[in-house]
Design a protein around this ligand. Structure first.
Ligand code: ADP
Length: 205
């Protein structure tokens, strides 16, 4: 198994890049998506969240009020740790299971594991072979994050301040894609890096 961790700051273009890798036939597993699935209505983890944080963080239909909980843990490291210790082990377990399933069912040359907060909270050293960072200028990050999620500029900046800096990411990466141009340019860069990864994983095998 050959696993590429795909990471980058908010709005850098991780999801777009991941989509483009999947159009090249590469399986993509997104830890944010797993987190979402594990906290959907009816999932057992919701009971633990209710027990620890209270019913105030739930909507009347029983769904988790993600925005409220996110806000609650954002400014409190202790509360954040409580939430992370509850859901991160489950996300990790699911991600490893999906990687193993893809490996045996699809026998791909490599797989992409999207881990937005890789450098802030890395639990995946055991499976990652290479790190790919999607990078872009901060002004573009802000513009793109705002247009995608209707966040205000100050909310995006607040999230960026809680993440590692661009230079930390770029200096820790095996490959960096600069996503300052068009989506077509991003696709060209994804295709070029894809060819490199194919060569690298053939050498490893
Ligand atoms: P992330 O997953 O890193 O937070 P996304 O991939 O969701 O970021 O990108 C944020 C927004 O910017 C999305 O609406 C996406 O379609 C757009 N976007 C990303 N890269 C480009 C690009 N090169 N050109 C134009 N729009 C882009």
């Amino acid at each position: 198994m050959f696993v590429i961790a795909l990471t980058g700051g908010i709005g850098s273009g991780k999801s777009e890049a991941a989509r483009q890798f999947s159009t090249l036939g590469i399986p993509v597993i997104d830890t944010d998506l797993i987190a979402h699935e594990l906290t959907a209505v009816g999932e057992p983890i919701l009971e633990d969240i209710k027990r620890i944080f209270g019913a105030d963080f739930f909507n009347t239909d029983g769904s988790l009020s993600r925005a409220k909980l996110r806000k609650h843990v954002f400014n409190s490291p202790v509360e954040r740790l409580k939430l992370e210790s509850l859901i991160h082990p489950a996300i990790h377990e699911h991600a490893l299971k999906q990687l193993a399933e893809n490996e045996s069912a699809l026998k791909p040359p490599y797989q992409i594991l999207v881990i937005p907060l890789l450098f802030e909270n890395n639990r995946y050293d055991d499976v990652i072979d290479k790190i790919l960072v999607i990078d872009c200028d901060e002004s573009l990050q802000i513009k793109r994050a705002m247009s995608r999620s209707r966040m205000t500029e100050s909310e995006v900046k607040e999230m960026m301040a809680a993440q590692v800096t661009r230079s930390v990411r770029v200096n820790s990466a095996d490959e960096v894609i600069l996503n300052n141009g068009s989506l077509a340019e991003l696709q060209d860069n994804v295709t070029a890096v894809h060819k490199k990864f194919i060569k690298t994983c053939i050498v490893k095998q």
